[in-house]
Design a protein around this ligand. Structure first.
Ligand code: HEM
Length: 262
C-alpha cells in the first residue's frame, strides 16, 4: 500500500486506523466538480430553488398520466434543438427554400435524421399536448385555483397548432404550398376578421414569396418565444399550486372535523 508523506504539524493517525486510499483521477474530477458547483451556489443560492422544485410533495396516487406535461415539454425542447440546426441550412427565399431542404436531406451530415426528428417531433408534440390536456380535464385539474393555468394551457394549444401550420409550408414543395393555401383560405373565409387575417398570413393579397418569409419568421421567432414564455408561467403555477390528486383519491377527514361538519 502507498505510504502518504506526513504533513508537518498534522495530527498523526490513531494506531490501528487504516491508511487512506490514494485518490483516483475520478475522485479528483468529482471533487473539482463539487467545488465548482459550490462556488456557483455560494454566489447564486440556486441549490435551494432547485431542491424546492425537484423535491416537491406529490399527492398519493399520482401515476404515469402525470408525465404527459413533462413529455410535452421534452418534445418542445427537441423541436427547439432540431429547429435551430435546420435553420443553419434552410433558406426561406422562394427560389432557394426547396433546394435548401433537398440539400439538408441529401448532403448535410445527419440532415435527414434531424429533419425527420423535427417533422415527426411536431406530430408527437401535438399528440402529447392533447393527451396532457385530456389528463388535466378528466382529473379535474382545471378547477380552482388552477383555472389560470388551464387558460395558459389553452393558449399553448393554439400556439402549438399555429406552429404546426406555419411549419408545414416551409419545405416549399407542392404539398406544402397547396395545403397551406387551402388553410389560409379557410382562415380568410371567417366572418369579419377573416379577410384581414388572410391578408396578414399571406403578407398581401397573393400567396407567394412574402408569405414564405412571413411564415418562417412567425414559425421560428414569434411562436417559440411566446411558447417559451407561456411554458415558464405554466410551470411557475404548477409549482405554486402543487399537483392535483387523482379524482379517486379522497382526503382522509379527521373524525373530529367530520363530526363538526354534520
Ligand atoms: C407546451 C405545452 C405544455 C407543457 C410543456 C405543459 C407542461 C406541464 C407540466 C410539466 C405539468 C406538471 C406535470 C403534469 O401534471 O403533467 C403541467 C400541469 C398542468 N397543465 Fe400543462 N403543459 C402544457 C400544455 C397544457 C395544456 C394545453 C393544458 C390545458 C388546456 C394544460 C393544463 C395544465 C394543468 C391544469 C396543469 C396542473 C395539473 C395538476 O395540477 O394536476 N397544460 N403542465
Amino acid at each position: 500500500m502507498l505510504k502518504l508523506p506526513s504533513v508537518p504539524g498534522a495530527t498523526p493517525p490513531r494506531p490501528g486506523t487504516p491508511a487512506a486510499e490514494p485518490k483516483t483521477k475520478l475522485d479528483n474530477a468529482a471533487e473539482a466538480a463539487t467545488a465548482a458547483l459550490g462556488w456557483l451556489d455560494e454566489r447564486t443560492a440556486l441549490s435551494g430553488t432547485a431542491r424546492f422544485v425537484m423535491f416537491r410533495k406529490v399527492p398519493k396516487g399520482t401515476n404515469w398520466f402525470y408525465t404527459l406535461g413533462t413529455s410535452t415539454m421534452f418534445a418542445f425542447m427537441s423541436q427547439v434543438i432540431t429547429g435551430v440546426i435546420l435553420a443553419m441550412f434552410y433558406d426561406p427565399s422562394p427560389n432557394r427554400a426547396y433546394e435548401s431542404m433537398r440539400y439538408i436531406n441529401n448532403d448535410v451530415w445527419a440532415g435527414q435524421f434531424v429533419h425527420g426528428m423535427h417533422r415527426w417531433g411536431a406530430t408527437v408534440m401535438v399528440i402529447f399536448i392533447f393527451l396532457h390536456m385530456g389528463r388535466t380535464f378528466f382529473f379535474g385539474a382545471y378547477k380552482y385555483p388552477r383555472e389560470l393555468n388551464w387558460v395558459i394551457g389553452v393558449l399553448l394549444v393554439l400556439l402549438v397548432m399555429i406552429m404546426a401550420f406555419t411549419g408545414y409550408l416551409l419545405p416549399w414543395d407542392q404539398r406544402a404550398y397547396w395545403a397551406t393555401a387551402v388553410g389560409v383560405n379557410i382562415f380568410a373565409s371567417a366572418p369579419i376578421a377573416g379577410p384581414y387575417l388572410g391578408d396578414f398570413l399571406r403578407a398581401g393579397p397573393d400567396f407567394g414569396a412574402t408569405t414564405l418569409s412571413r411564415f418562417y419568421s412567425i414559425h421560428m421567432l414569434v411562436l417559440p418565444g411566446l411558447i417559451m414564455g407561456l411554458i415558464g408561467a405554466h410551470l411557475y403555477l404548477v409549482i405554486k399550486h402543487g399537483t392535483t390528486a387523482p379524482p379517486w383519491v379522497t382526503a382522509e377527514l379527521d373524525e373530529e372535523l367530520r363530526s363538526e361538519e354534520v
